[in-house]
Design a protein around this ligand. Structure first.
Ligand code: PLP
Length: 390
């Protein structure tokens, strides 16, 4: 198929749930991707913060190939070795002892919400405005952005939304029926809003004092992206439940809900499940992706490159008055503009750099964690060119 035929097929046969960029991505390696017409792009969005180890990482590819030749799928009726290894790796990296495996971020959060309700016997989950937790009915209701849930009423009950980084609002929202507070430490989709340290300390204390579970949604921030394997560790907090997905499988779909022993013990056989969750192929890919992150010290690279990137972007902020803020953590960075950012994403693509715009006016940068200073220099140079044409 050529580019036009692929796009025509999407138009005809795929539901129109995305405003897509008009290119057909065909292959890639590292931080470079190529479309069907042979154009090369420097990828600063990494499949929405997924390809943390870059495209076609050798170790991940080898692990997938080896596992595919042995066994692609079994089920959770039986044990499989890659999932056993993965669960141990995640436990060794955290204070959590148990994982439930699923296939996506929304599912990881869905499990987190079910687990919190079962563990506490309470119903209410408090989340933040501008948060994003997924597209299933529970997680879209947890999401603190009406536009995603309003068309799908009636919504499941039991959710409250309060302003982010506002401890008093959270305190006021707590009731006798509050099971959990669920937050991102950086709101990725909501505009790359970073939590204040004082806020996170206060949230931890509120949870401890009121016997409320703390769920941190690390679907976008986790797996090294923010400069530590778990971004919540950067804040020194100890959540009861954490969800992971995006970067975990080296590009292969997988979700994980991690919990402390006490909380996890609320789930008993029959409470929750997934046909594909913990599938050996996805788990083998995740095992390899985690090894790559550890061996190449990619969390540390994310930290250092994040600082370098923000410094460079701040020079653009000084130069262009329509750049109102540069913020982020590690390699999850937002450039807030005083205008809509969609056309800038298009112009950057035409110059061979893929970025994203979220919340209407925030350019979101989330490259693979293997990104180098040289790559960042190219991206910032192109952004400078695009900005100068405005
Ligand atoms: N939670 C957060 C913080 C996210 O950023 C996303 C997706 O962008 C999700 C949950 C949903 O993940 P998925 O699209 O894999 O269901």
């Amino acid at each position: 198929m050529n580019t036009k035929e692929v796009m025509d097929n999407y138009d005809k046969y795929v539901m129109h749930t995305y405003g897509r960029q008009p290119i057909v991505l065909d292959h890639g390696h590292g931080v470079k991707v190529y479309d069907k017409d042979g154009n090369e792009y420097l990828d600063f969005f990494a499949g929405i913060a997924v390809n943390n180890v870059g495209q076609t990482n050798e170790k991940v590819v080898e692990a997938i190939k080896n596992q595919a030749e042995k066994m692609i799928h079994t089920s959770n009726i039986y044990y499989n070795e890659p999932a056993a290894i993965l669960a141990e790796k995640l436990a060794n990296k955290s204070h959590f002892t148990k994982t439930f495996f699923s296939n996506s971020g929304a599912e990881a959060n869905e499990a987190a919400i079910k687990l919190a309700r079962k563990a506490t016997g309470k119903g209410e989950i408090i989340t933040a405005l501008q948060s994003f937790h997924g597209r299933t009915m529970l997680t879209v209701t947890a999401t603190g952005q009406d536009q995603f849930s309003a068309p799908f009423k009636p919504l499941p009950p039991g959710f409250k939304h309060v302003p982010y980084n506002d401890l008093k609002a959270m305190e006021d929202a707590i009731s006798d029926d509050t099971a959990a507070i669920m937050l991102e430490v950086v709101q990725g989709e909501g505009g790359v809003n970073v939590a204040n340290q004082d806020y996170m300390n206060g949230i931890q204390k509120l949870c401890d004092d009121n016997n409320i579970l703390l769920i941190i949604d690390e679907v976008q921030t986790g797996v090294g992206r923010c400069g530590s394997f778990f971004a919540h560790d950067l804040f020194g907090i100890k959540p009861d439940i954490v969800s992971l997905a995006k970067g975990l499988g080296g590009g292969v779909p997988i979700g994980a809900t991690l919990a402390t022993e006490e909380v996890a013990s609320a789930f008993v056989p029959g409470d929750h499940g997934s046909t594909f969750g913990g599938n050996p192929l996805a788990a083998a890919a995740a095992d390899a992706a985690i090894d790559v992150i550890d061996e190449k010290n990619l969390s540390q690279n994310a930290k250092e490159m994040g600082v370098y990137l923000k410094d460079k972007l701040n020079t653009l902020k000084d130069k262009y008055d329509f750049v109102s803020d540069v913020r982020g953590l590690g390699l999850l960075v937002g450039i807030e503009l005083t205008m809509e950012g969609g056309s800038i994403v298009d112009k950057m693509r035409e110059k061979g750099v893929l970025i994203n715009c979220t919340a209407g006016n925030v350019l979101r940068i989330a490259p693979a964690l293997i990104i180098t200073k040289e790559d960042i220099d190219v991206m910032v140079e192109k952004l400078d060119e695009v900005f100068s044409e405005i």
